[in-house]
Design a protein around this ligand. Sequence first.
Ligand code: NAD
Ligand code: IPM
Ligand code: MN
Length: 354
Amino acid sequence: MKIAVLPGDGIGKEIMTQAVRVLRRLGEDGLRMEIEEAPVGGTAYDLAGDPLPEATLKLAREADAILFGAVGDWKYDTLSRPKRPEQGLLGLRKALNLFANLRPAQVYEELASASSLRPDVVAGLDILIVRELTGDIYFGTPRGISTLPNGEREGYNTMRYAESEVRRIARVAFEAARKRGKRLCSVDKANVLETTELWRQVVIETGKEFPDVDLSHMYVDNCAMQLVRNPKQFDVIVTGNMFGDILSDEASMLTGSIGMLPSASLDEHNKGMYEPIHGSAPDIAGKGVANPLATILSAAMMLRYSLGKPEEAERIERAVRKVLREGYRTRDLETPGTRVVGTEEMGAAVVAAL
Ligand code: NAD
Ligand code: IPM
Ligand code: MN
């Protein structure tokens, strides 16, 4: 098994070091894998003038799975858009056709009190956000900033979804719901936007193939509210690229911290890229305080979904549970009576628990 490791920028490097340690520990117990690292994002721009160098894309294509850290830094915000770090990530998703982004938000028992919501609201929460990842306003054209005849500047993007794009992500979500609580909530803004009016129609049509799954619909503004009012009403949520981006950051706080949420981005054949949902956190980069658990849990998802190693995946998840039970917390999860540790120490604790 060949794993492409793309640490990226900021805390990406720090958290990836810990995830690789965890994988290597499994290697000592016989998990056979080859790990190859390559630059992406701002780091790649600094080295090669391109946030997604040809060699990195080639490695990503050849690998059986990709583990991704995070990209971005404020210092790149004035570069032309194709040169910005985020383009490294968006380019990989598009080039590899990783249209299905699974973002599970589960509340570990020990962390119910770390959430900014009341423990009784979040305890036991287990939802899955299925986010479409290669379409929508992120990729729609025309897009740009131009000057109007009156000399004023105008910015524009295009929200668009072809029927086939909606159908394939809907199928992924229905299939996922079928394996869980059999409830799917499709989130849109069909009351205002035609793109999502079509989205809703296609999801309803696709639902006919899944009569055993209970389908409901919700407007995105209401969903944002319901996620903090009563998040346990949800089982699986399916939504477009932009709404899914926003709702998954919101959902992450139900679990205690954005540093807890892993993700899988899959293509048609379950080849995937695995990454924490958070970014490069420039505000804490280099300080050794970032939570590496989302990345470590992403490695577990990689073992389960792309590498056919469910037992190893479970071993990692059990180890994470164990260190939380033992009271280890990175700063983002701190609550009274817990033991605050840095990135490195958290990684070491998971390795020890393994
Ligand atoms: P962010 O997710 O990087 O950070 C938001 C907040 O959460 C910050 O206060 C940060 O310190 C905290 N945080 C994030 N991850 C954490 C962790 N593991 N442990 C502890 N705290 C953590 O989002 P942002 O600040 O809006 O964006 C920063 C940069 O990251 C931007 O350049 C953005 O484009 C990029 N970004 C990249 C990705 C990605 O690579 N997948 C995702 C989101 C943002
Ligand atoms: C994410 C990030 C990315 C996105 C950015 C960095 C391009 O926020 O993975 O959630 O918007 O998809
Ligand atoms: Mn995001």
